[in-house]
Design a protein around this ligand. Structure first.
Ligand SMILES: [Mg+2]
Length: 337
């Protein structure tokens, strides 16, 4: 089974929920009614040693920060504010205490920065290496929550920043390529210590101009396919518009990798992906500027299904490539593309 089939099976078996649950499986967070005006947002993510991180090159403070970022990113992706955190830590016998204390320092520091607070959790023995699971609880105004399902044909598709940097950084780090080359630092940093666009998510939700939103964790090709499926639409992406390809070029040459593959399928970008009517362009750009970010339109939502990449060829023609779900799948080998 692949990841999608596993989730679909659990969804089918779980059956219908009661009226307090506004959204269950299938979005960045579960959404639960809190009171007349507000909702709780709940999300969980796990980092597993040798799958999601490698202690050989991942400093513990930065891994602690990343454990928080990857979770609060899902809260921001629905327009919410992270409030509470639960941590479950699985650790082998004789674990490195100095390493663990540094990890916790990074984790609590990031919690403070995002405005959330650790309220509990669990510690267990893990024979197979370190495992960290965070549950983050956020809140939002019920009338501002942004779901994946709101995209409409004609919408512009936006991303909040360059794509593929984390995948490139991971490639450089795992092969120890040019560790002294400062030009590659932004790529490595994006894998080791990715910022979550929580403030932008909240501002976009408050603007009332956005139709659908999610965060990019598994690569644009896969995540946009999820958004389209939930919205009952398709999407077309224009390859030259994808932001970050220039930043990837030198690393791609050095590693022999394809920058377009990184941008579409690399995963762990933790940028926001959202759609809005094309008339909102200047308003949205201004909203992002207040957060110090430069958002980029990369395509358009269309009637139908599936994600298509438009690739201009040297002879002036255009190639159309179906790329739905061509991203990172946790149950396939390698990076999936
Ligand atoms: Mg997400």
């Amino acid at each position: 089974m692949n990841e999608r089939q596993i989730i679909e099976y659990i969804t089918a078996q779980a059956g219908p929920a009661d009226g307090q649950l506004l959204k269950g499986i299938g979005d960045d967070c579960a959404v639960i009614r809190k009171d007349d005006q507000r909702v709780w947002l709940l999300t969980m993510d796990t980092l597993v040693e040798s799958v999601h991180f490698n202690r050989a090159f991942h400093p513990p403070e930065l891994l602690g920060r990343k454990a928080v970022s990857v979770n609060v990113s899902d809260i921001g992706a629905m327009g919410g504010k992270p409030v509470f955190v639960l941590l479950s830590a699985g650790m082998p016998h004789g674990f490195d205490e100095t390493w663990f204390l540094a990890f916790v320092r990074g984790l609590t520091e990031a919690c403070r920065e995002y405005g959330c607070f650790i309220i509990g959790g669990d510690t267990v023995a893990s024979p197979g290496g370190l495992t960290f699971t965070l549950t983050v609880i956020g809140e939002a105004r019920a009338d501002q929550v942004l779901y994946r399902s709101g995209a409409r044909p004609g919408d512009s598709v936006w991303v909040s920043g360059p794509l593929g940097l984390a995948a490139a950084g991971l490639e450089l780090l795992s092969r120890n390529i040019e560790p002294e080359n400062r030009a590659f630092d932004p790529l490595r940093e994006k894998h080791l210590n990715p910022p979550a666009r929580v403030a932008l998510g909240q501002e976009l939700a408050a603007s009332g101009r956005v139709h659908a939103m999610m965060d990019l964790s598994d690569g644009l090709a896969t995540d946009l396919a999820h958004l389209c499926k939930q919205s009952g639409t398709g999407a077309r992406l224009f390859a030259p518009d994808l932001p970050g390809l220039g930043m990837l070029a030198a690393a791609a040459r050095r590693t022999g990798c394809d920058p377009l593959h990184w941008a579409l399928s690399g995963g762990e970008d933790f940028e926001l992906l959202f759609t809005a009517s094309p008339e909102e362009r200047s308003t949205l750009v201004e909203v992002a500027e207040t957060c110090g970010l430069k958002i980029v339109p990369v395509g358009v939502i269309v009637a139908g299904a599936g994600v298509t990449l438009i690739q201009p060829e040297a002879d002036g023609t255009q190639r159309e490539i179906a790329i739905s779900y061509q991203g990172f799948d946790h149950f396939r080998n390698g990076n999936g593309g």
